[in-house]
Write a protein that binds this ligand. Structure first.
Ligand code: SF4
Ligand code: SF4
Length: 217
């Protein structure tokens, strides 16, 4: 009874995104607050992932904030996802997740897509336990040697058309674990890149919507 009353009092909690994008102040975790370049030379040598060149490479940045001590400022400009190829259909997208070596933070953000606030089922997204039913191969974590065969087997088992989404700095570039060697693209072509360490749920949702071709920006 208490929960019914609480529900009535609070109303609908599910985010309206993508119909209404919440502002950064309303929902602080929606975006990836990028450090903004102010003094490159003094900050570059302290970056643990060599993400700083003329600008900040979002696929390498782990958002540690170290550069802020050296003249960088956080910006509210949000870089959600980069898309090379999207799916040719728009409903009931099934996602097979492969963790190739994460620290578990990316997994926790992914799990949040299932909760009543983000509720990604309302947008037609579902996790599937088998690659045979999957449209999207969503990969998180640093590609460790022991997981590569399993990853490629899962990819081969998926029916066409299929796309690969890499989420998180580890999958995009190797991140903090093996700077310079690269991420998932050493093994499979990546169609959608979602930065963040870890990417927040709205960034994941945004990337998936772009993968489905449902967002113009
Ligand atoms: S936030 Fe950290 S990883 Fe990102 S550019 Fe700054 S120092 Fe490098
Ligand atoms: S991208 Fe960051 S949060 Fe995700 S697995 Fe790598 S270190 Fe962990």
């Amino acid at each position: 009874m208490r929960w019914v009353l609480r529900g009535l009092k609070k109303g609908i909690l599910t985010t309206k995104y993508p119909k209404k994008r919440p502002s950064y102040d309303e929902v602080p975790e929606i975006g990836i607050p990028m450090p903004k370049v102010a003094d490159i030379e003094s900050a570059r040598k302290y970056c643990p992932t060599n993400a700083i060149s003329d600008t900040i490479d979002v696929s390498k940045c782990i958002f540690c904030g170290k550069c802020e001590e050296y003249g960088f400022k956080r910006s509210r400009n949000v870089e959600f996802a980069e898309v090379r190829k999207s799916l040719p259909f728009s409903r009931s997208i099934h996602i097979f997740v492969v963790d190739v070596g994460s620290c578990n933070a990316c997994n926790m953000e992914l799990e949040m897509l299932n909760n009543p606030f983000y509720d990604f089922h309302r947008l037609g997204f579902f996790f599937t336990p088998t690659p045979r039913h999957a449209d999207v191969l969503l990969v998180i974590g640093y590609p460790t040697d022991r997981m590569i065969d399993a990853l490629l087997e899962a990819y081969d088992a998926m029916p066409e058309p299929k796309i690969v989404v890499a989420a998180g700095t580890c999958a995009l570039s190797g991140g903090i674990f093996e700077e310079g060697k690269g991420g998932l693209e050493r093994y499979v072509e990546v169609d959608v890149k979602i930065p963040g360490c870890p990417p927040p749920p709205i960034a994941l949702l945004h990337g998936l919507l772009k993968a489905r071709g449902g967002l113009s920006k």
